[in-house]
Design a protein around this ligand. Structure first.
Ligand code: FES
Length: 102
């Protein structure tokens, strides 16, 4: 079980709990604004782009090479960017805060 906080572009704070699956799927299921998951989670659309709170990067890890290639196409990407379809829900990421990318 992991508690995950999303901050949307409207500055809305949404706290969700999940047990399995990807963070993207959890967000889409709960209609988190700005997380669309257009490609279904295969790392090829970047409509699940989030910025991880810097101190939470230790929990999420950094983007993989394939993710980084996708993020390179997004002008809003930074060193804290992740595609949340690539983040699996587990105890390891409990408590992370993710800001939905513009
Ligand atoms: S859902 Fe498409 S890259 Fe994450």
């Amino acid at each position: 079980m992991a508690k995950i906080t999303f901050i949307t572009s409207d500055n809305e704070t949404i706290v969700l709990e999940g047990t399995i699956g990807s963070v993207m799927a959890l967000a889409v299921e709960h209609n988190v604004k700005g997380i669309d998951g257009d490609c279904g989670g295969v790392c090829s659309c970047a409509t699940c782009h989030v910025h991880v709170k810097p101190e939470d990067m230790v929990k999420t890890g950094r983007a993989s090479e394939i993710e980084a290639d996708m993020l390179e196409l997004d002008d809003n990407a930074d060193e804290y960017s992740r595609l949340c379809c690539q983040l699996e829900i587990s105890d390891d990421i409990d408590g992370v805060e993710l800001t939905v990318a513009k």
